[in-house]
Ligand binder design. Structure first.
Ligand SMILES: [Zn+2]
Length: 64
């Protein structure tokens, strides 16, 4: 009984990626998607902690 190669979805574009040694950029479909994801991750890390985020609706200040 052969084991079917697992397929995952590229976290960036959602394309199916076959999880084999041949898929160099797994879980991404390509180097491009890998770099895009890395860039987004770096942006998250660089976010200024005191920055206002208007769309969260979290009232952390409790200034009522
Ligand atoms: Zn992709």
């Amino acid at each position: 009984m052969k084991t079917k190669p697992a397929t995952v979805s590229c976290p960036v574009c959602g394309k199916p990626v076959t999880w084999t040694a041949a898929s160099t950029w797994r879980p991404f479909c390509s180097e491009r998607c890998r770099l895009i994801d890395l860039g987004e991750w770096l942006n998250e890390e660089r976010r200024i902690p005191g920055e206002e985020v208007p769309d969260t609706g979290i009232d952390a200040a409790g200034d009522y």
